[in-house]
Design a protein around this ligand. Structure first.
Ligand code: MG
Length: 223
């Protein structure tokens, strides 16, 4: 049994840690035979401003995963792996919660590309959940960008850091909206340190440093 409870960060990947829309834009240019520069960088939820409608999304998604290894070739959003590494070293348990299993025939490829991407970018995680209903998985704090997920989590009473992008401009006035990983890291750390104080646990002496109660970097203290 664990001697300490753990602070769990429920982490979305696409549009939060991974530059899903940046990579999808590149693939969309090839798919629709348009020049990349002609595709607006401001993404819309349906991708219709790139010439892909909701009806064609499934075909496009399949093309991106099968022909372009979408989930392995997306760059991380700037600073995400480094920030997550520091937060994990400080004792946060990262629980990845991603809704990527959209087409059943692509599950193997999707999972394989995802774990390869996480390893390649040295993103630390304890759990990897492929989930549509994200509030079915417990976390002390969530990082999300998709408006329907943010609202569903907030309705369930969850604390959510909203990663700003073109898909969630409607949530402009939501508190905890962050635009960069510098901001996200600071917000997550602030929540985590307050949680540590509530649990009478000592704080890390500086960012990226393990607190005294947290043994051997990765291993939770056990009794
Ligand atoms: Mg997302």
């Amino acid at each position: 049994m664990s001697a300490h409870p753990h602070f769990v960060l429920g982490l979305d990947l696409d549009g939060t840690c991974a530059d899903f829309y940046g990579r999808m834009r590149e693939i969309a240019a090839v798919y629709t035979k348009q020049a990349l520069a002609d595709l607006p960088t401001d993404v819309e939820w349906s991708l219709s401003n790139w010439g892909i409608g909701e009806d064609d999304y499934e075909n496009f998604h399949r093309y991106a995963v099968v022909e372009h290894q979408l989930f392995e070739t997306m760059p991380p959003l700037p600073g995400a792996p480094e920030a997550l590494d520091r937060l994990a070293k400080e004792g946060i348990r990262i629980r990845i919660i991603t809704h990527r299993l959209i087409l059943s025939s692509l599950h193997e490829m999707t999972v394989l590309q995802s774990v390869r991407w996480l390893d390649a970018h040295h993103i630390p995680y304890w759990d990897l959940c492929f989930m549509r209903e994200k509030d079915d998985v417990n976390a002390d704090l969530y990082v999300e960008d998709a408006p329907h997920n943010v609202l569903r989590l907030q309705e369930a009473g969850a604390d959510v850091v909203v990663f700003a992008n073109g898909t969630n401009v409607a949530l402009e006035h939501t508190s905890n909206r962050v635009a960069t990983w510098d901001e996200a890291e600071a917000t997550i750390r602030d929540r985590y340190y307050r949680w540590l104080e509530r649990h009478s646990l000592s704080l890390p002496s500086r960012p990226g440093e393990a607190p005294s109660w947290f043994e051997a970097g990765n291993a939770p203290a056990t009794s």
